[in-house]
Design a protein around this ligand. Sequence first.
Ligand code: NAD
Length: 264
Amino acid sequence: MSDDTPGRLTSRSRSVAGKVVLITGAASGMGRSEAHLFADEGARVAVTDLRQEAVDEVVAEIEGVGGDARGYALDVSDASAIESVTEQIRADLGPIDVLVNNAGISVGGPIDDAEFEDRWQLAMDVLLTAHQRTIRACLDDLRASGEGRIINISSTEGVGAQRGVLPYAAAKHGVIGLTRALAVDLGTDGITVNAICPGPILTGMTELIPEEHRDKFARRRTAVRRYGDPEEVAHMVLNLALPSSSYITGQAIAVDGGLTIKND
Ligand code: NAD
């Protein structure tokens, strides 16, 4: 949407009002925060996650503050479910303008572990293969939108690695590769493709880490010396989804409190 008021130099919209936004893994943590933020900004949000009851709770929260959302059970490792759920979202809310690949799990383990092969496969299925499937399921809509946006949640583990997280780190590195290659392929379709690399964020994924360990890690590793809040990531997702962000593509943007630049 552009503003053609005579004399006005700026024309690009900073609004996602009316956009249809599909978010995976939106029942908790960053995904839930993203769902709320997009709804606060007037978008129509498809809240998806593993369990229907969990997405229904988030939809009720959003509707309770006047937002527009629908909930769908979607396991992103199920290829046929991706097809049927995106079809249903299209029927209920309209064509998808913004896709946020957010769902994730923590999968670690050493390479010589007996169950390594299974863990590797699980990490790839949920954290990487699912992304290209959701993207393919939304691609016609994103092209038709003219301002299609794909935002993939990678991690600071997508640009480096802590000890013991090999399957997760490999998949998250893959998300950045997928993001860059796809940005090049879709550049002339008006679709931007970007990745976000969150640092340590207090969510369902990290809440079981004892508080003293979290504090120690954040003080030692981040410039701001604290864990991040899911909303601090959600705002970057929203920024990348704006029509005005049309010249930002193929980037892996850290939202990490300075973790990846801190040398001391
Ligand atoms: P979270 O556990 O609070 O939320 C993740 C959500 O994904 C959950 O609701 C879960 O049910 C859902 N999910 C898991 N497997 C799924 C599947 N197969 N299909 C659909 N949904 C599924 O954790 P979070 O930290 O908010 O995670 C969001 C994203 O951020 C993930 O991709 C994660 O890898 C990434 N990340 C997290 C951190 C962190 O410190 N929390 C840091 C970097 C990246």
